[in-house]
Design a protein around this ligand. Structure first.
Ligand code: NI
Length: 186
């Protein structure tokens, strides 16, 4: 089990352009990346995670199996080079979180249904249609691959509040790290 550090807003890498994977077999480290992302996502009780959130710019994300129509103990579903081909005009507004914004929840309006094409870890292209929470997760994770983040759905006041809260959290985390470093240096 290998955990990767989840980048937190406003880390600029979260806004960086992502790069298409293309031929899966040409990326020998992809299975390891997905395994690490899986461990990292579950260690933080997440339901989805994009590679860019652990600092890898390749276009892929994972979604927890129980949300993605699988059994609870199935591995997460992997979406490589995803393209959303349909979004329903019917929408739903629900509170949404993100592992790059710990403790922050925001009402986000999303399409109720979505169709997505993507490549699996086996290199095969597939298409599926999703509804409700699964459709929401697909839209949220796909946003990560275009640099769009939860904070972008907030109004100007709330946006400032989120920024301040995250900067405070990041400072606290940094100070915690310094303490750890000092402890291990001795
Ligand atoms: Ni997210």
């Amino acid at each position: 089990m290998a955990l990767r550090r989840i980048l937190k807003f406003p880390d600029p890498v979260l806004r960086q352009p992502t790069v298409a994977v293309g031929d899966v077999s040409a990326h020998k480290d992809l299975a390891k990346l997905v395994a690490d992302m899986t461990d990292t996502m579950y260690a933080s009780n997440g339901a989805g995670l994009a590679a860019i959130q652990v600092g890898d710019t390749r276009r892929l994300f994972i979604v927890d199996a129980s949300i993605a129509g699988g059994a609870e103990n199935d591995p997460p579903r992997v979406f490589i080079d995803p393209e959303i081909s349909y979004l329903s005009p019917e929408t739903e507004q629900t509170e949404e979180g993100c592992l790059s914004f710990p403790g922050i929840y925001l009402d986000v309006k999303r399409s109720l249904k979505a169709t997505i094409k993507a490549t699996g870890l086996d290199g095969k292209r597939f298409e599926l249609s999703a509804e409700g929470l699964f459709a929401r997760a697909l839209q949220h994770e796909n946003d990560h691959l275009t640099g769009k983040l939860l904070v972008d759905f907030a109004g100007p006041l709330k946006r400032q509040m989120i920024k301040r809260k995250m900067e405070k959290l990041n400072r606290a985390e940094l100070e915690g790290d310094d303490l750890d470093d000092a402890a291990t240096a001795d």
